[in-house]
Design a protein around this ligand. Sequence first.
Ligand SMILES: Cc1cc2nc3c(=O)[nH]c(=O)nc-3n(C[C@H](O)[C@H](O)[C@H](O)COP(=O)(O)OP(=O)(O)OC[C@H]3O[C@@H](n4cnc5c(N)ncnc54)[C@H](O)[C@@H]3O)c2cc1C
Ligand code: FES
Length: 323
Amino acid sequence: MTNIHYDNKHYELAENQSVLECLIKQGVPVPSSCRSGVCQTCLMQATAGTPPPSSQNGLKESLRLQNYFLACVCQPTEDLEITMPDDRHISAHATIRKLELLTDEIMLVELECASPINYRAGQFINLVHDSSHVRSYSIASVPRLDKHIQLHVRRLPHGRVSGWIHDELSFGQRVEMRGPAGDCFYVSGKPEQALLLIGTGSGLAPLYGILRDALDQGHQGPVRLFHGSRDLHGLYLMEELRELESRFPNFTYHPCLSGSEVPDGFAAGRVHEAALAETPQLKGWRIFLCGHPEMVKMARKKAFLAGASLQDIHADAFNVSHV
Ligand SMILES: Cc1cc2nc3c(=O)[nH]c(=O)nc-3n(C[C@H](O)[C@H](O)[C@H](O)COP(=O)(O)OP(=O)(O)OC[C@H]3O[C@@H](n4cnc5c(N)ncnc54)[C@H](O)[C@@H]3O)c2cc1C
Ligand code: FES
């Protein structure tokens, strides 16, 4: 039986229990989101004892060396003394340079970092609100094409951080951010490979970045982007995507509507089903799936069954946070 010591209290871990599960069960508020070692919202630090290497996957080397770990996937084999991360070591500051509604619900947020950060289009950063609310937002910008980091933030009803972003942030305000992190991005090296990008809602953010990154790097294979929403109000950047379509003959854009009204020129039904109907054989394709967790889960399964190799399927499910 292993124990964790946190904030002057001892907690005993049950068998197969993660540090996060144990603390939350005991009523300790630890931020979390994906609960699968992806979003890094549940970052903690061991001040005594060594966290298992598997709980440090995806962390920067500097954080690993300081014994930071992800509480949601940490099942320690020895006793640990742990603490919340020290913001001074892991956070950076950025200034809001633009806030613009892309749809009624989705806001374009542009951030200028106090010191430049290295990132890839499609990765995500974590925004910190009131010290304790940490949320991931995917990056729509491409470092060599765009001056500032761009995010697309969808307002959720009563959402703490998305509500703060939509209602309270203003031009010139400083915000705290962490990251970047994540491995959902374009890697050059196979310019002939076919790419299929499927997203719902603000899941277009990483896909828009990945798409422009790939085209700008001279990707030659076919590139198909399917963006889904219930109705027309939920689709955005249509003009920009049509413009890319006219500039790059290998790129096609497929807006898709799952509601009852589907004008000509739009695919009907759920976006991953429309994409799979258009492209039933996916052997050799590289696939990017972003947005609603249920869509990502179903699309991953269907893409695999259609012949895509698991290592060619990159995904970010926009799981909502738990506190
Ligand atoms: C890797 C990753 C990338 C992401 N990228 C993006 C992105 O690019 N764009 C984007 O818009 N989102 C993205 N997300 C989702 C984002 O991180 C947040 O989860 C989202 O913005 C909601 O946060 P919030 O604080 O506004 O809502 P929260 O306050 O966390 O609430 C979430 C939902 O739960 C409900 N809720 C809250 N408290 C209660 C309660 N007590 N009882 C019942 N219901 C409750 C709220 O109404 C809301 O609908 C991403 C997530 C991940 C994991
Ligand atoms: S990495 Fe732990 S909640 Fe996402």
